[in-house]
Design a protein around this ligand. Structure first.
Ligand code: KQY
Length: 367
């Protein structure tokens, strides 16, 4: 594996928008029994449905442990899905995979951020996470992509969204959390992002969605629709714990200009629920000291914003919720040139995230 000592910006590389052309989607087979109920069997079925939905539009590579290789290979039985063995600690490819960067002459490289399981021993979700830290490098090696490594700078891919034109959105709740990079100031964190993604403007939302297990990843709360337009998870209900979070985010978004000096158009996406795991669902998760416990009284951070772009479509979660149809209508209105495919997201949500968190797009080389 080639690890570079320069930075993407210095080498003329930048992170493209998610809607730019992609060569493939990366995912990781879920199996961790202290995160996924019943030994991962229900989520594996949901994961197969998700991978197959994406594979209608582009190739998919699913990384899987040696223990689950045969099972995953047999179940992902369509030609557009490749299965490769990569050890891992859980299935969140958005966070443990590389962030791909491209240049204007057809090269693709990857940023391998430091990873500490969403907070290390100060609120992180499990330990150890050593196998997760090697996922990004292994993906880049398989693809023969040169790697940049941010030794000592912790970041998860789900904590950032870019417009591909110089602006990045993130949350203070996550990136300024003491359990990520406490040795760095806001300005120093901005400098690392600027050097590694070639962004010129960072929009800081105060929070992500309430009770998100990641300290407020932006990808469960607010995303780009296209340059100058964002989609924000929304509630008008003052009793909803997300109400002050949505209000605060809207204030920031309405009072900011992006890297190209545009004001932002803010679209709103209703938050489903309230959604809760059942007693039975929680009882199906193994109890392991140091891992996130499941509790039926804890509100799940379900969000339709947690969708992913693929070539020609957006793949979004449904929750068997009365708002599913409205969410699909909003997405179809926002993306008239994309097919909107809704995939059952409840089993994914029970593990603490959703479609965007479980996927990592590999951009096509730009020329
Ligand atoms: O949402 C994500 N990006 C990851 C969630 C991890 C949850 C682990 N239980």
């Amino acid at each position: 594996m080639t690890t570079l000592t320069s930075t993407p910006r210095a080498d003329g590389f930048y992170m493209p928008a998610e809607w730019a052309a992609q060569t493939q989607m990366w995912m990781i087979w879920p199996e961790r029994p202290d995160n996924w109920r019943l030994g991962g069997k229900p989520v594996q079925a949901a994961h197969v449905a998700l991978a197959k939905a994406i594979a209608r539009f582009e190739p998919v590579t699913v990384a899987v442990s040696a223990a689950q290789y045969d099972n995953a290979r047999a179940r992902l039985d369509v030609p557009n899905i490749r299965v490769v063995e990569i050890s891992n600690d859980d299935a969140w490819m958005r966070d443990t995979g590389p962030t791909f960067v491209i240049n204007d002459t057809g090269e693709v490289r990857g940023v391998d951020w430091a990873f500490n399981a969403w907070g290390g021993f100060d609120g992180g979700l499990y330990s150890p996470w050593q196998r997760d830290t090697q996922v990004a490098g292994k993906v880049l090696e398989i693809e023969r992509c040169p790697r940049y490594h941010t030794e000592g700078f912790v970041l998860e891919g789900g904590s950032i969204h870019v417009d591909g034109e110089g602006t990045l959105i993130t949350t203070e709740e996550c990136l300024l959390n003491r359990n990520r990079n406490p040795h760095l100031s806001r300005e120093q964190i901005e400098a690392v992002l600027s050097e590694h993604l070639a962004v010129d403007k960072i929009i800081w939302l105060p929070h992500g969605l309430f009770n998100d297990e990641t300290d407020g990843h932006v990808d469960n709360f607010c995303c780009y629709v296209r340059p100058g337009e964002v989609l924000l998870a929304w509630t008008d209900d003052p009793e909803n714990p997300n109400y002050p979070r949505c209000q605060a985010a809207l204030r920031v978004l309405e009072n900011t200009r992006d890297a190209r000096d545009r004001t932002l158009i803010v679209h709103k996406m209703p938050i489903p629920g309230p959604l809760y795991a059942t007693e039975e669902e929680c009882a199906g998760v193994d109890l392991v000291a140091g891992s996130q416990e499941r509790n039926p009284s804890v509100r799940l951070a379900g969000s339709y914003v947690n969708f992913v772009f693929v070539n020609g479509a957006v793949i979004a979660p449904s929750f068997a919720d009365p708002l599913d149809a409205e969410a699909e209508t909003i997405l179809q209105r926002l993306f008239p040139d994309h097919e909107v495919v809704m995939v059952p997201g409840r089993e994914l949500l029970l593990g603490g995230g959703n479609i965007h968190c479980l996927t990592q797009q590999q951009p096509a080389p730009a020329r």
